[in-house]
Design a protein around this ligand. Structure first.
Ligand code: HEC
Length: 136
């Protein structure tokens, strides 16, 4: 089932905090976004041990060791694309990670270049935050 994670995620979000509105998201720093959207699965410190992780059948990766797994270099572009997900191709198989690029869009302005820039800026904040928590 492709969207099995939706109930788990909704539960986690309800348990933690009400879903911030789009306006709130724009005011959030990378760490605040991480805590609101990512920590439920990836853990408060990014180590892959969030409260939702045991409910997920596949392993939730440790985000503090992305660089280590990639030979010491943080793969900025790959990470951005993983979070964003807008560029995902069906040929790459189903993904268990929510597609944040789409989540951050306001649906009525999907093709607006300003909206695209806004979403890119949000994803960038997360990427910068993840780069800052890498362990060597
Ligand atoms: C519902 C649980 C869940 C949530 C919430 C979640 N992730 Fe993930 N994430 C996963 C899983 C599971 C994977 C493993 C890859 C896959 O199956 O898609 C993953 C993979 C990743 C990867 C790739 C790691 C690697 O080493 O290749 C990154 C980066 C990542 N997540 C960042 C984030 C960020 C940033 C957020 C918040 C915006 C987030 N995740 C929210 C479950 C989640």
């Amino acid at each position: 089932m492709k969207f099995w994670w939706i109930p788990a995620l909704s539960l986690a979000l309800v348990a933690c905090a009400p879903m911030p509105t789009q306006r709130d998201v724009m005011q959030m720093s990378g760490v605040e976004m991480y805590e609101s959207f990512c920590a439920s699965c990836h853990g408060a410190g990014g180590e892959g041990n969030g409260p939702v992780a045991p409910l997920i059948k596949i392993h939730v990766p440790d985000l503090t060791r992305i660089a280590q797994r990639d030979g010491g270099e943080f793969p900025t572009e790959d990470v951005r694309r993983t979070i964003d997900g807008r560029f995902d191709r069906p040929a790459h198989g189903p993904r268990d990670m929510p597609v944040w690029g789409w989540q951050f869009y306001r649906s009525e302005t999907l093709n607006d270049p300003d909206e695209r820039a806004r979403v890119d800026a949000l994803i960038d904040r997360l990427v910068v935050y993840l780069r800052s928590i890498q362990k060597s």
